[in-house]
Design a protein around this ligand. Structure first.
Ligand code: 5GP
Length: 177
């Protein structure tokens, strides 16, 4: 089983515990406000679904799909919005939810793009931070785990659209593919 899905890096239990902590922090930080949470598809969908249920203030949700690695394991260097959010974020408190920050290119682009739409506030929540790969200085307000410079899969993250259903985070072992 482990060989098929790679080596576990963050367990299901660790993910659950950390998400509860982040949800508690977000609830406190946005107390008395209404929050619009934007899920970056596809990678963040599992994290997003678990995270929203740990937040105890009024929350609305929206979804955005941007280009990612495609079929390769290195960044393409170009960000494209494949599908935009459906709501007007002007004057709203917006929280972008991302699966993993690598070079920071995607979030650097998105942060500037969404900020130009004049939200009241704009913050970023990322499950995983590949800090040593950072090239673009993006403000990460909430981070689940810092991970090493390895290609990871599971809990929404894919390799060629596979492994998203794995309930924990694993390092993709090249001998598995
Ligand atoms: P960045 O723009 O920060 O370089 O890359 C961010 C995007 O690259 C993420 O949203 C994700 O789609 C993809 N990515 C970066 N590192 C990994 C990884 O280790 N595993 C997977 N599955 N995707 C990754």
């Amino acid at each position: 089983m482990e060989r098929i899905f790679g080596k576990p890096l963050v367990t299901q239990r660790e993910i659950e515990k950390r998400i509860k902590e982040i949800g508690t922090k977000i609830t406190a930080d946005y107390e008395g406000k209404e929050l619009l949470m934007v899920c970056l598809l596809k990678g963040a969908y599992v994290f997003f679904a678990d995270l929203v249920r740990t937040i105890h203030i009024p929350v609305s949700v929206d979804f955005m799909m941007v280009s990612s690695y495609g079929d390769r394991t290195s960044s393409s260097g170009v960000v494209k919005i494949i599908s935009d959010i459906s709501s007007d974020i002007k004057g709203k408190d917006v929280l972008i939810v991302e699966d993993i920050v690598d070079s920071g290119l995607t979030l650097d682009y998105l942060y500037k793009n969404l900020n130009a739409r004049k939200p009241d506030s704009l913050k970023i929540c990322a499950l995983l931070n590949k800090a040593e790969r950072r090239k673009y200085d993006v403000p990460l307000d909430y981070v689940g785990f810092t991970v090493p410079n390895k290609f990871v899969i599971g809990y929404g993250l894919d390799y060629q659209d596979n492994y998203r259903n794995l309930p924990y985070i694993a390092v993709l072992d090249v001998s598995d593919i």
